[in-house]
Design a protein around this ligand. Sequence first.
Ligand code: AMP
Length: 112
Amino acid sequence: MTVFDRILKGEIPAKVVFEDEQVLAFHDVNPQAPIHVLVIPKRAIPRLSDTVDADAPLLGHLLGCAREIAKQLGLSEDGYRVVVNVGIDGGQSVEHLHLHVMGGRPFVWPPG
Ligand code: AMP
């Protein structure tokens, strides 16, 4: 069980910004930008690389949630970054698929 499963079960508190049947979104506990929200599926998929074509509706929904959350948090005009870290080389530390939605400052490219 990951820390995100424990958040989903209510065992660990989180600052929730959005929830529906499939998705939970909450502020990152260690923000890397003035706004840093994580968007996770309620279904425990470890990595993006574990998804299959049949997961396309869920993946699309996660991106749509990221877009709407960014809009609600006032990031749409100046822009923001959406990141999915995958596996060891991708820097993934929690094995539960999640989108990082970060904004409120400029980001550099390449990300390093
Ligand atoms: P990643 O490195 O892509 O797997 O991202 C995992 C993210 O989860 C990191 O940005 C952590 O700061 C964040 N995180 C870990 N534990 C918690 C928690 N209890 N509440 C909110 N965010 C968390």
